[in-house]
Design a binder for this molecule. Structure first.
Ligand code: PGA
Length: 237
Protein backbone atom coordinates (compact mmCIF):
# COMPACT_ATOMS: atom_id res chain seq x y z
CA UNK A 1 0.00 0.00 0.00
CA UNK A 2 0.96 3.63 -0.33
CA UNK A 3 0.90 5.85 2.72
CA UNK A 4 1.53 9.50 1.99
CA UNK A 5 1.94 12.55 4.23
CA UNK A 6 1.14 15.98 2.83
CA UNK A 7 2.81 18.39 5.27
CA UNK A 8 1.40 21.45 3.45
CA UNK A 9 2.69 24.77 4.85
CA UNK A 10 3.94 23.21 8.06
CA UNK A 11 7.33 22.26 9.52
CA UNK A 12 10.58 24.13 8.94
CA UNK A 13 13.53 22.33 7.40
CA UNK A 14 14.87 21.40 10.87
CA UNK A 15 11.51 20.05 11.98
CA UNK A 16 11.01 18.18 8.71
CA UNK A 17 14.40 16.51 9.06
CA UNK A 18 13.51 15.35 12.55
CA UNK A 19 10.12 14.11 11.35
CA UNK A 20 11.57 12.23 8.37
CA UNK A 21 14.22 10.62 10.59
CA UNK A 22 11.56 9.48 13.03
CA UNK A 23 9.54 7.87 10.25
CA UNK A 24 12.59 6.28 8.69
CA UNK A 25 13.67 4.78 12.02
CA UNK A 26 10.18 3.43 12.53
CA UNK A 27 10.16 1.84 9.09
CA UNK A 28 13.57 0.26 9.52
CA UNK A 29 12.89 -1.14 12.95
CA UNK A 30 9.46 -2.53 12.01
CA UNK A 31 10.36 -4.05 8.65
CA UNK A 32 7.90 -1.87 6.81
CA UNK A 33 7.58 -2.79 3.15
CA UNK A 34 4.81 -0.28 2.36
CA UNK A 35 5.54 2.67 0.11
CA UNK A 36 5.78 5.76 2.30
CA UNK A 37 5.79 9.20 0.67
CA UNK A 38 6.38 12.50 2.45
CA UNK A 39 5.65 15.87 0.83
CA UNK A 40 7.36 18.68 2.78
CA UNK A 41 7.08 22.40 2.08
CA UNK A 42 9.36 23.55 -0.77
CA UNK A 43 11.90 25.20 1.54
CA UNK A 44 12.12 22.01 3.61
CA UNK A 45 13.04 19.74 0.71
CA UNK A 46 16.26 17.87 1.31
CA UNK A 47 18.24 14.75 0.44
CA UNK A 48 17.00 11.62 2.07
CA UNK A 49 18.85 8.36 2.06
CA UNK A 50 16.48 5.63 3.16
CA UNK A 51 13.26 3.74 2.48
CA UNK A 52 10.75 6.55 2.50
CA UNK A 53 10.43 8.80 -0.49
CA UNK A 54 10.45 12.59 -0.40
CA UNK A 55 8.25 14.36 -2.92
CA UNK A 56 7.48 17.96 -3.80
CA UNK A 57 4.04 19.43 -3.08
CA UNK A 58 4.42 21.54 -6.19
CA UNK A 59 6.88 22.73 -8.81
CA UNK A 60 6.49 24.72 -11.98
CA UNK A 61 6.69 23.04 -15.39
CA UNK A 62 10.17 24.36 -16.05
CA UNK A 63 13.81 23.54 -15.54
CA UNK A 64 14.36 27.11 -14.23
CA UNK A 65 13.60 30.64 -15.45
CA UNK A 66 11.56 33.73 -14.65
CA UNK A 67 8.61 32.41 -12.61
CA UNK A 68 8.72 34.41 -9.39
CA UNK A 69 7.80 32.43 -6.33
CA UNK A 70 7.97 29.05 -8.06
CA UNK A 71 10.55 26.30 -7.97
CA UNK A 72 11.57 24.23 -10.98
CA UNK A 73 13.28 21.01 -11.90
CA UNK A 74 16.72 22.35 -10.90
CA UNK A 75 15.48 22.72 -7.31
CA UNK A 76 14.17 19.18 -7.20
CA UNK A 77 17.21 17.66 -8.87
CA UNK A 78 19.45 19.31 -6.29
CA UNK A 79 17.98 16.91 -3.74
CA UNK A 80 17.37 13.93 -6.02
CA UNK A 81 13.59 14.39 -5.84
CA UNK A 82 11.62 12.46 -8.47
CA UNK A 83 8.12 12.53 -6.96
CA UNK A 84 5.54 15.28 -7.19
CA UNK A 85 2.00 16.01 -6.05
CA UNK A 86 -0.16 17.56 -8.78
CA UNK A 87 -3.73 18.87 -8.67
CA UNK A 88 -4.25 19.07 -4.91
CA UNK A 89 -7.55 20.84 -4.25
CA UNK A 90 -5.80 23.61 -2.30
CA UNK A 91 -3.80 24.39 -5.43
CA UNK A 92 -6.86 24.15 -7.64
CA UNK A 93 -9.18 26.20 -5.43
CA UNK A 94 -6.98 28.50 -3.34
CA UNK A 95 -4.07 29.06 -5.72
CA UNK A 96 -6.29 28.97 -8.81
CA UNK A 97 -4.50 26.29 -10.85
CA UNK A 98 -6.57 25.37 -13.86
CA UNK A 99 -6.93 21.94 -15.46
CA UNK A 100 -4.97 23.34 -18.39
CA UNK A 101 -2.00 24.35 -16.21
CA UNK A 102 -2.15 21.03 -14.37
CA UNK A 103 -2.02 19.11 -17.66
CA UNK A 104 1.07 21.11 -18.63
CA UNK A 105 2.70 20.35 -15.30
CA UNK A 106 1.68 16.69 -15.49
CA UNK A 107 3.14 16.24 -18.96
CA UNK A 108 6.36 18.04 -18.07
CA UNK A 109 7.06 15.83 -15.05
CA UNK A 110 5.77 12.70 -16.81
CA UNK A 111 8.31 13.21 -19.60
CA UNK A 112 10.98 13.21 -16.88
CA UNK A 113 9.67 9.94 -15.44
CA UNK A 114 8.52 11.42 -12.13
CA UNK A 115 6.25 9.51 -9.80
CA UNK A 116 3.11 11.67 -9.89
CA UNK A 117 0.43 11.71 -7.22
CA UNK A 118 -2.48 13.32 -9.05
CA UNK A 119 -5.40 14.51 -6.92
CA UNK A 120 -9.05 14.63 -7.87
CA UNK A 121 -12.16 15.35 -5.82
CA UNK A 122 -15.42 17.26 -5.67
CA UNK A 123 -16.51 20.28 -3.62
CA UNK A 124 -19.57 19.89 -1.42
CA UNK A 125 -22.03 21.50 -3.83
CA UNK A 126 -21.10 18.93 -6.48
CA UNK A 127 -21.67 16.05 -4.11
CA UNK A 128 -24.99 17.53 -3.10
CA UNK A 129 -25.99 17.88 -6.74
CA UNK A 130 -26.15 14.08 -7.03
CA UNK A 131 -24.00 11.24 -8.26
CA UNK A 132 -24.18 12.05 -11.95
CA UNK A 133 -23.12 15.70 -11.56
CA UNK A 134 -20.44 14.72 -9.08
CA UNK A 135 -18.95 12.05 -11.37
CA UNK A 136 -19.04 14.45 -14.30
CA UNK A 137 -17.09 16.99 -12.24
CA UNK A 138 -14.50 14.43 -11.19
CA UNK A 139 -14.26 13.03 -14.74
CA UNK A 140 -13.30 16.50 -15.99
CA UNK A 141 -10.29 16.34 -13.68
CA UNK A 142 -9.09 13.26 -15.57
CA UNK A 143 -9.23 15.12 -18.87
CA UNK A 144 -5.86 15.55 -20.54
CA UNK A 145 -4.16 13.30 -18.00
CA UNK A 146 -2.44 10.11 -19.18
CA UNK A 147 -4.30 7.72 -16.89
CA UNK A 148 -2.13 4.79 -17.95
CA UNK A 149 1.16 6.50 -17.10
CA UNK A 150 3.25 3.88 -15.33
CA UNK A 151 4.39 6.10 -12.46
CA UNK A 152 0.95 7.51 -11.76
CA UNK A 153 -0.82 7.34 -8.41
CA UNK A 154 -4.26 8.92 -8.11
CA UNK A 155 -5.62 10.35 -4.87
CA UNK A 156 -9.35 10.80 -4.48
CA UNK A 157 -9.90 13.60 -1.99
CA UNK A 158 -13.37 15.09 -1.58
CA UNK A 159 -12.69 18.81 -1.06
CA UNK A 160 -15.26 19.07 1.73
CA UNK A 161 -13.48 16.33 3.68
CA UNK A 162 -10.05 17.98 3.65
CA UNK A 163 -9.07 19.39 7.01
CA UNK A 164 -12.67 19.40 8.20
CA UNK A 165 -12.93 16.19 10.18
CA UNK A 166 -15.77 15.14 7.86
CA UNK A 167 -15.44 12.01 5.74
CA UNK A 168 -17.70 10.15 3.34
CA UNK A 169 -19.06 6.92 4.75
CA UNK A 170 -16.97 3.81 4.14
CA UNK A 171 -19.66 2.66 1.70
CA UNK A 172 -19.43 5.94 -0.20
CA UNK A 173 -15.65 5.65 -0.43
CA UNK A 174 -15.99 2.08 -1.67
CA UNK A 175 -18.54 3.07 -4.32
CA UNK A 176 -16.58 5.99 -5.67
CA UNK A 177 -13.28 4.12 -5.69
CA UNK A 178 -14.96 1.36 -7.67
CA UNK A 179 -16.10 3.93 -10.24
CA UNK A 180 -12.75 5.70 -10.37
CA UNK A 181 -10.91 2.43 -10.91
CA UNK A 182 -12.72 2.19 -14.24
CA UNK A 183 -10.96 5.38 -15.30
CA UNK A 184 -7.43 4.28 -14.48
CA UNK A 185 -5.61 1.22 -13.26
CA UNK A 186 -3.22 3.40 -11.26
CA UNK A 187 -3.12 2.85 -7.49
CA UNK A 188 -5.94 4.88 -5.94
CA UNK A 189 -5.47 6.58 -2.56
CA UNK A 190 -8.19 8.06 -0.39
CA UNK A 191 -7.55 11.41 1.30
CA UNK A 192 -9.58 13.79 3.44
CA UNK A 193 -9.64 13.73 7.24
CA UNK A 194 -7.91 10.38 7.55
CA UNK A 195 -6.95 9.93 11.21
CA UNK A 196 -5.59 7.13 13.38
CA UNK A 197 -9.19 6.43 14.36
CA UNK A 198 -10.46 5.74 10.82
CA UNK A 199 -7.30 4.84 8.86
CA UNK A 200 -7.57 1.11 9.39
CA UNK A 201 -11.18 0.99 8.19
CA UNK A 202 -10.39 3.15 5.16
CA UNK A 203 -7.35 1.06 4.23
CA UNK A 204 -9.42 -2.11 4.42
CA UNK A 205 -11.91 -0.91 1.76
CA UNK A 206 -11.81 -2.60 -1.65
CA UNK A 207 -9.98 -0.55 -4.29
CA UNK A 208 -8.34 1.67 -1.67
CA UNK A 209 -4.63 1.25 -2.33
CA UNK A 210 -3.48 3.69 0.32
CA UNK A 211 -4.10 7.04 1.97
CA UNK A 212 -3.00 10.64 1.60
CA UNK A 213 -2.93 12.27 5.02
CA UNK A 214 -2.69 15.96 5.91
CA UNK A 215 -3.33 17.21 9.44
CA UNK A 216 -3.06 13.85 11.20
CA UNK A 217 0.28 13.14 9.50
CA UNK A 218 1.82 16.07 11.40
CA UNK A 219 2.01 13.77 14.40
CA UNK A 220 4.79 11.34 13.53
CA UNK A 221 3.47 8.82 16.00
CA UNK A 222 0.00 8.88 14.45
CA UNK A 223 1.39 8.60 10.95
CA UNK A 224 3.58 5.64 11.98
CA UNK A 225 0.51 3.92 13.40
CA UNK A 226 -1.22 4.33 10.03
CA UNK A 227 1.82 2.85 8.27
CA UNK A 228 1.64 -0.06 10.68
CA UNK A 229 -2.06 -0.60 9.92
CA UNK A 230 -1.26 -0.80 6.21
CA UNK A 231 1.56 -3.24 6.90
CA UNK A 232 -0.68 -5.47 9.01
CA UNK A 233 -3.46 -5.46 6.40
CA UNK A 234 -0.97 -6.43 3.74
CA UNK A 235 0.58 -9.15 5.94
CA UNK A 236 -2.85 -10.63 6.59
CA UNK A 237 -3.82 -10.79 2.92
P1 PGA B 1 -6.41 16.30 5.77
O1 PGA B 1 -5.73 16.70 4.38
O2 PGA B 1 -5.92 14.93 6.11
O3 PGA B 1 -5.96 17.36 6.74
O4 PGA B 1 -7.88 16.31 5.55
C1 PGA B 1 -5.59 15.77 3.34
C2 PGA B 1 -4.97 16.41 2.14
O5 PGA B 1 -5.18 17.60 1.91
O6 PGA B 1 -4.23 15.75 1.39
Amino acid sequence: MIIAANLKTNFTRAKTTKYVDELENFMQSNNISQEVLVFPAASSLNFHDGELIIGAQNAYATQNGAFTGEIGLDHLEEFGIKTILIGHSERRHILGETQESLIKKFNFYKELGFKIVYCVGEPLEMREAGNETMMKYISAQYEGIDTEYKNLIIAYEPVWAIGTGLTPTLDDIEAIHKDLKQKSHAPLLYGGSVKVTNANDVLAIDNVDGILVGSAALYAEHFCTMIEYAQQLENNK
